[in-house]
Design a protein around this ligand. Structure first.
Ligand code: MET
Ligand SMILES: [Zn+2]
Ligand SMILES: [Zn+2]
Length: 420
């Protein structure tokens, strides 16, 4: 690989801006949205973009930044490029380099930081692509908007969900949106036409308490273990279809335990000689957008958490399940969606190859757009890159990041010139 000196002055500056943005601590539980806005707004202004800051909370602590490059024909539906401002937390002691230092490893070119892939590469790539197009004298036909939104990682209730329902959003007349995707292990770019639904399932068990030494039936933890075992069997069958290659990771239901709670705390840990009367387990629960949700709910009620085993459950559906017309929230990737072929052509013109479109195994703000019947694709231009979102040592290689800028130049050029 070329030494750092092999980058042009512009490329070095672009990598520098990526690092600067990564150093802003936008991780939950207290994301520095003000810091992100103070970085992004002057940056956008320096490129001649119009900027507005919207608030959907009374305390105005969760800004939504809207940047605009006006098109020569503002009567055409606009193009929206989205990115969330927030990140998930990191456990610094588990990382090779501090997660908010954005350290660039000179030997590999990897920039290590929380958010390097998810998704703080995107706004820098969008803005640098605009710089390239602007410097080449390009003028968009359609208006191009960039939205930089808060709270995606916690469900988007005060972010994209409210934005999508706002008058400000309606006034943008969005025809098509691009949002985050996931890295690709090969040299094919991945593209996502739907997200899995994101639910949370909490199961509580009650049971007879008793001495830790006593063998008896119907203890709370035993009842909960029954539930966990049933769900584990279901999970294994779903996972099996992914392992055998029969289904993609977005085409199965995942139900993964994320916490368990039982027992009585003591100064040295837990009281060990008492069997508790209550126990609880929480699951991250994702479903393909086409899933028969009524069937799954019945299954939870009758098989996973039946009342006769002293189990109760709480199911929280984060965001819509179907679009406004009652259909699964998926964007067509065929001739019925003219944006699709323009996007596909743009990737080819950028010298890229596109993998077969997939359902994203995680969940993004795209669902709030698809709910309105507006087409949206998930796309993050990261090829030959391990998938490290929400993981330790999240990184993006400098060259991969820079190539992404070029890819967006092609995409923006094609989509904003599309007259159809
Ligand atoms: C809770 S909404 C989704 C948040 C995040 N993007 C995820 O997939 O986990
Ligand atoms: Zn994300
Ligand atoms: Zn994420």
């Amino acid at each position: 690989r070329p030494a750092a000196g092999a980058f042009t002055e512009l490329e070095s500056a672009q990598i520098g801006r990526f690092q600067d943005y990564l150093r802003i601590r936008t991780a939950h539980p207290s994301p520095d949205y003000a810091g992100a806005a103070a970085f992004l707004l002057p940056y956008a202004a320096s490129l001649g973009l119009r900027a507005a800051t919207l608030h959907f909370t009374p305390c105005k602590s969760k800004p939504l930044l809207l940047l605009t490059w006006p098109g020569t024909d503002p009567s055409l539906p606009s193009l929206l490029l989205n990115s969330h401002l927030d990140s998930v937390p990191a456990e610094p002691e588990q990382w090779l380099h501090p997660p908010f230092a954005a350290h660039r490893d000179a030997a590999t070119g990897r920039v290590y930081a929380r958010g390097a892939q998810d998704d703080k590469c995107l706004p820098i790539q969008y803005l640098e692509a605009i710089r390239g197009l602007r410097d080449a004298g390009f003028a968009p036909t359609r208006t191009l908007h960039i939205s930089l939104v808060p709270d995606e990682e916690i469900g988007g209730a005060d972010g994209f969900e409210k934005f999508a329902q706002s008058e400000e959003f309606r006034d943008l007349n969005v025809g098509f949106m691009l949002d985050e995707g996931q890295a690709s292990l090969t040299d094919e770019f991945r593209v996502f036409y739907g997200d899995r639904l994101v639910w949370r399932l909490i199961v509580k068990a009650t049971g007879a308490p008793g001495h830790g030494s006593k063998l008896f039936d119907g203890a709370a933890v035993e009842n909960l273990m029954d539930c966990v075992e049933t769900i584990a069997g279901f999970r294994e069958a779903q996972f099996g279809m992914v392992k055998s290659g029969k289904r993609g990771p977005g085409e199965v239901v995942s139900v993964n335990p994320v916490y368990m709670k039982a027992g009585t705390p003591s100064p040295t840990g837990f009281v060990m000689n008492m069997q508790p009367s209550e126990a609880e387990v929480g699951f991250d629960f994702r479903l393909p957008p086409t899933e028969d949700v009524e069937h799954i709910i019945r299954r939870i009620k009758e098989e996973w958490a039946p009342a006769h085993k002293n189990l109760t459950y709480k199911l929280m559906q984060k965001g819509p399940t179907r679009d406004l017309a009652g259909r699964p929230m998926v964007t067509p990737t065929n001739a019925s969606n003219p944006w699709w072929s323009v996007f596909e052509q743009a990737i080819i013109s950028a010298g890229g190859k596109l993998a077969k479109p997939e359902i994203l195994s995680s969940t993004t703000d795209s669902r709030f757009i698809r709910q309105l019947g507006i087409p949206a694709l998930g796309f993050s231009p990261m090829t030959n890159t391990p998938i490290l979102l929400h993981d330790n040592n999240e990184f993006l290689e400098d060259k991969v990041f820079l190539r992404g800028i070029k890819v967006y130049e092609h995409i923006i050029r094609a989509l904003s010139s599309f007259k159809g």
